[in-house]
Design a protein around this ligand. Structure first.
Ligand code: NAI
Ligand code: MG
Length: 365
């Protein structure tokens, strides 16, 4: 039995409720398929602040670094709105991303046919939708220096953020996008603003070079990021993998998210560099939604995004493709069977709570 080390961070709000359902799935894989997952648990966000006065302790950070994969539910809530800035719940997320150097954020937008009717687009535009947005996560205008507000001599102030990308940052995110495309429909669309940004033109050139050097088998296209936004809501199924920078990726992945109909359904992965010795990447998996404090503790949260995030973990951290596909199929099955948590409830369906939804996924798995 192989040992696969998971570090689980339930976090705040509905986090502990939805991770409990994921633990059922993992326990099932261990007993039925001898999958050998070992779970360690830690604290992050408000729960870590309450226990240790920090957003994540050094001890838990070390355990995150040592694990094969980190799985995080969500952090934050009104209870911690007034804690000092550097120990606010989100600081825990930022430290995990930074220390693990998670530069590639993967946001799939998959539309389950059972939910196509709840998309903000016409069902025929989104039915069968399966696209993957690969967002650069550790560079660009969110981090570039200078980043400041300065006082000018004329009494005005000037705010500055700086878009910065070095060659290697674009090379490695492009490589991740091309590698992933090979496991899918083998198409990448790179989005930038090369018409008005030097860094956009540079992005475009580096992506082209990486493609020509190593990934000629993958079909590469380019789109201006604003036009890409339009195309995402006009005809989203034209895309397979989209690769873009931190800022555009933030916006475009949220646009793509809403095509699928529900926040409670969306998983994500953040990957680091491949260790040349082991071939393994540091990785963290988390649902896109937050801690939903408005429904926490009621047993009604949707655990499917959390479980789908683990399906991504099976795929990208453990290369357990068959198991990942089976878990995704189990999620689709419970939806086909008409089970719905409150957030995705529709006419003619059966409303269930968090635990019943988790049990149903295990049954269908
Ligand atoms: P949210 O995603 O927590 O909730 C938005 C709405 O969607 C709420 O009405 C909530 O009940 C519902 N919702 C979200 N996930 C659901 C689920 N699994 N099942 C059923 N309904 C669900 O976003 P909001 O309200 O803006 O933020 C709440 C807290 O979460 C804040 O403290 C925020 O900072 C934090 N947050 C944390 C994130 C993270 O940990 N990555 C991401 C986004 C927000
Ligand atoms: Mg965002």
């Amino acid at each position: 039995m192989s040992h696969r080390k998971l570090f689980l961070l339930p976090g705040d709000g509905i986090g502990p409720e939805i991770t409990a359902e994921l633990e059922k799935v993992i326990a099932f894989m261990n007993t039925k398929a001898d999958a050998g997952f070992e779970i360690e648990k830690g604290l992050v966000g408000g729960s870590a602040y309450d226990a240790h006065g920090v957003a994540i302790s050094d001890d838990d950070m070390a355990r995150a670094m040592a694990a094969d994969a980190v799985i995080l539910a969500a952090v934050g809530g009104p209870k911690w709105d007034s804690v000092p800035y550097d120990v606010r719940p989100e600081a825990g997320l930022l430290r995990l991303r930074k220390d693990m150097q998670l530069f590639a954020n993967l946001r799939p937008a998959i539309c389950y046919s059972a939910l196509a009717a709840s998309s903000s687009l016409k069902p025929e535009l989104v039915e069968g939708l399966d696209i993957l947005i690969v967002r650069e996560l550790t560079g660009g205008v969110y981090f570039g220096e200078p980043k400041e507000v300065i006082d000018l001599e004329n009494g005005q102030q000037r705010a500055i953020d700086t878009q910065v990308y070095d060659t290697y940052e674009i090379e490695r995110i492009a490589a991740v996008a091309f590698e992933l495309a090979r496991t899918r429909d083998n198409r990448v669309c790179s989005m930038d603003k090369r018409n008005v940004m030097k860094s956009g033109l540079f992005w475009n050139q580096v992506v082209n070079r990486v493609h020509d050097e190593k990934y000629k088998d993958v079909t590469l296209s380019h789109m201006l990021a604003d036009a890409g936004g339009m195309q995402l809501v006009r005809a989203p199924k034209q895309f397979d993998v989209i690769v873009t920078d931190n800022l555009f990726g933030d916006l475009l992945s949220d646009v793509a998210a809403m095509l699928t109909g529900s926040l409670g359904m969306l998983p994500s992965a953040s990957l680091g560099a491949e260790d040349p010795a082991t071939g393994k990447r540091k990785a963290m998996y988390e649902p896109v939604h937050g801690s939903a404090p408005d429904i926490a503790g009621q047993g009604i949260a949707n655990p499917l995004a959390m479980i789908a995030s683990f399906a991504m973990c099976l795929r990208y951290s453990f290369n357990m493709i068959k198991e990942a596909e089976a878990l995704d199929a189990a999620i689709a099955q419970v939806l086909e069977d008409g089970l719905r948590t409150g957030d995705i409830m529709a006419e003619g369906c059966r409303k269930v709570g968090t635990a019943a939804m988790g049990d149903a996924v295990v049954d269908a798995f």
